[in-house]
Design a binder for this molecule. Sequence first.
Ligand code: 13P
Length: 246
Amino acid sequence: MRKKLVVGNWKMHGSRAANAELLAGILGARPFTCDVGVCVPFVYIADAAVSLAASDIRWGSQDVSPHEQGAYTGEVSAKMLRELGCRYAIVGHSERRAFHQESDQLVADKAKTALGHGLTPIVCVGETLEQREAGQTEAVVKRQLSAVIHTLGHCAGEMVVAYEPVWAIGTGRTATPEQAQAVHAVLRAQLQAATSHAETMKILYGGSVKPDNAATLFSQPDIDGGLIGGAALKATDFVAICRAAG
Ligand code: 13P
């Protein structure tokens, strides 16, 4: 039985005051039976580290540089994130693939650098509505995941995968549990072919997860938790989703 994981992706939201209130709300609701994490904007990582250090809630970033160090203005290295105690680094979120033209290979390189510094990459994959309607869902997610599997090699078993259909992100339109499970099963089979750890690897679902749909999504056999956007910004909603993960 895989332990469920629920991670909040705050995206570009928050303020020091709002974050403190949100984290206090989450901390006050402990204990959780699932693993819980928050991926916060870079500038708030140090604050999150202080707030969460004495707890079992983990924190992380929403991106990481593929480079070790050097003249890369504006980038943040895996080593820096690790120094601030990050456990997770989201890589390949569809918003970065779309707005920053991140390629499958760049995402894979970021995942590799993260792992090399002890961060667990949460690798996002997912199809657009156009791709789904053209019957390309499987091919798209397999292509995205395959670049990462190939680049990570024998370490592939250490990543967390997140299936986030682009059409379900921030739209209020969730994949049905059956739609999500079908893609998760495809991803699990792909991991099975590549690593001996596929049965213990976590595959999260993301895209309009809310307190009222979380339990049915999380009850699917290959859905091991969630990557939560909007609902992660309100402590009561995020806590309810963590509870739904059992
Ligand atoms: P929403 O939960 O707001 O749809 O966002 C999902 C997401 O992109 C998490 O990474």
